[in-house]
Ligand binder design. Sequence first.
Ligand code: GLN
Length: 205
Amino acid sequence: MNSPPTVGVLALQGAFREHKRLLQTFGAHVTEVRLPHQLGGLSGLILPGGESTTIGNLMVEYGLISAIQEFHAAGGAIFGTCAGAILLARTIHGTPPQFGEQPSLDLMDITVQRNAFGRQVDSFRTPLDVSGFETPFPAVFIRAPVIAAVGEGVEVLARHQDQIVLARQGNLLAGSFHPELTGDARIHELFLNMNRSAQAVGSGL
Ligand code: GLN
């Protein structure tokens, strides 16, 4: 087996510590990313759940939108969970009009619908059938989006009540739920395997 990849977790807002903790159980080398130069040498990046307009605005402020787009263009794998999935999407629905158009990386050929299962109090946990997993994954949905539409190159990996909640396009992975909160590491493992096929990117970033 190759040596464990170095994975960054975007650490501007939201559930980044929980992702970090789970990745460390694999012996992955994990770093927190707040500034563009911290993408150097990583093979993958996780965009955590949180509040997508807040994270997006901070990404703009710190010059991270173009830096992450360049990281991906250079071969870096990216996993967006919940708010992170919203930030990966080409098209975002459900942002209140007073926020204008929310910042996005515009990388993955998916349309997301924000807050598709209702408010914070409507959060829930459910066993989810995920393509390739032998047993259901305990998925935690917190004010979660759904993937309302996918482009041709996107593979759907899981649905909840007919709604797409996990999808992959090349080395991009987007999930509506919070896989870092359950102690079940299979989705992180899937992402780490996507990283292993990627080169460490961005010594020049
Ligand atoms: N509802 C949040 C948003 O739209 C995402 C929620 C989450 O990441 N748990 O930004």
